[in-house]
Ligand binder design. Structure first.
Ligand code: GLY
Length: 396
């Protein structure tokens, strides 16, 4: 979006955004040196882990789906500060990912190459990064199944995942998840830079399918849908990383809200904007009074399970919606600010001696890893703040 957003903020909020980004710079100038040769995915005891060292027999930890976010945050900070050291360290990740591309059997290609290759190309115009992003888009497009109109989520080897342990087991060839809406911008971008509509056509067929099958009547969003990959017949839906079947995994609401907003921005198709607003219509009344976001909007009151990742994703989407829907700008912007302030006040660590910024992300309601730092929570927090400053890198 643009400077228009900044004009919508109060002087007090503008000052808060500036001050928070300055705190991020003070902290990240130290963190970047400690983590300069890492692929961090989460922090334990204040220290980034390293997926590069954690690689298993297949080496796939190097291709772990969140491995683009550390570089993405560094690119955001380079764009913010023009401090060349951010750029130097950000460049560490992409060659590692490029070396893994042909082994990637996942839709997460967008999550990996958007904050690395595409962001580098957008910020610097680097032609190698452009080619890397386009190769990734081609690989992602190859996951499209034109019978159920889905981009297949997971790959061979994922059968053992806890999420697929349902009875009868899911046929992964027919499984797609709401998260995939966030991978579509790689395809929209590829059509934009090449002039070839194939990528956009695939993305729109997936987004049209998602409007029909993922968004419930009340505006809440399903995590996992399964189709028959041969006939396209609908099979079933699953609670996935949420509390259970029929629940509303907060991060999934964020992926849907952000994904449909992006699809509208890329195509101008009004139905996508209407769908994003329908999801917002479910989410907004469910935001807790204190602005901290639960892992699932339908989780039991106890224990409190928080997800700062969802907060950042919802905020980044609502900031865009505020600009796209002027009559609701105060509402959307107000909720985005409330969530971002809540993290700064109650869930952030700005100490330069520790690595994480946000402290209470949750992998999934029933998965190990509750109320801890995840790198993508920090990425979306920084991205949302930069959008409020009018510095949108137009990734999501
Ligand atoms: N895309 C998986 C997650 O949001 O955890």
């Amino acid at each position: 979006m643009s400077e228009k957003i900044t004009a919508m903020l109060s002087a007090e909020d503008r000052a808060w955004v500036d001050e928070t980004l300055k705190k991020a710079h003070i902290k990240l100038s130290k963190v970047r040196e400690r983590s300069r040769a890492k692929l961090p995915s989460e922090a334990q005891n204040g220290v980034h882990d390293n997926k590069l060292e954690a690689q298993g027999p297949t080496g796939m930890a190097k291709g772990f789906w969140t491995n683009g976010f550390w570089a993405g945050m560094l690119w955001q900070m380079y764009d913010e500060t023009h401090d060349a050291r951010y750029q130097e360290i950000a460049k560490f990740t992409l060659p590692i990912l490029d070396g893994m591309l042909l082994e990637m059997d996942t839709h997460d290609i967008g999550f990996l190459w958007l904050p690395t290759a595409v962001l580098e190309y957008k910020i610097t115009g680097d032609k190698t990064a452009l080619q890397s992003g386009l190769s990734a888009a081609k690989w992602l497009a190859g996951r499209f199944n034109p019978v159920p109109n889905i981009i297949r989520a997971w790959g061979v080897g994922d059968e053992k995942m806890a999420l697929s342990k349902v009875d009868p087991p899911m046929r992964l060839a027919g499984v797609t998840i709401i998260d995939c809406m966030m991978n579509l911008p790689l395809l929209y971008w590829a059509s934009e830079v090449t002039g070839d509509p194939r990528y956009r056509n695939i993305a729109m067929r997936h987004a049209d399918m998602a409007m029909q099958y993922f968004v419930r009547e009340d505006g809440s969003v399903i995590h996992i849908n399964e189709f028959d990959p041969d006939t396209g017949a609908y099979v079933d839906n699953f609670g996935g990383q949420g509390y259970g079947k029929g629940s509303a995994w907060s991060r999934g609401q964020g992926w849907g809200l952000c994904g449909f907003t992006d699809s509208y921005k890329a195509t101008g198709k009004k139905a996508y904007l209407d769908t994003a607003e329908k999801i917002a219509g479910y989410v907004l009344p469910n935001i807790p009074e204190d602005g901290l976001i639960p892992s699932d909007f339908r989780q039991p009151p106890e224990p409190w399970v928080q997800d700062d990742i969802a907060a950042g994703v919802l905020a980044t989407a609502l900031i865009d919606l505020a600009e796209l829907v002027p009559e609701k700008q105060d509402l959307y912007l107000g909720v985005a600010l409330k969530m971002l302030h809540a993290i700064d006040d109650k869930s952030a660590d700005w100490d330069p001696k520790t690595d994480p910024i946000t402290l209470h992300g949750t992998a999934g309601y029933h998965l190990p890893g509750r109320n801890i730092n995840f790198i993508y929570a920090d990425y979306y927090y920084i991205e949302a703040l930069r959008k409020l400053k009018g510095c949108d890198t137009h990734l999501w």
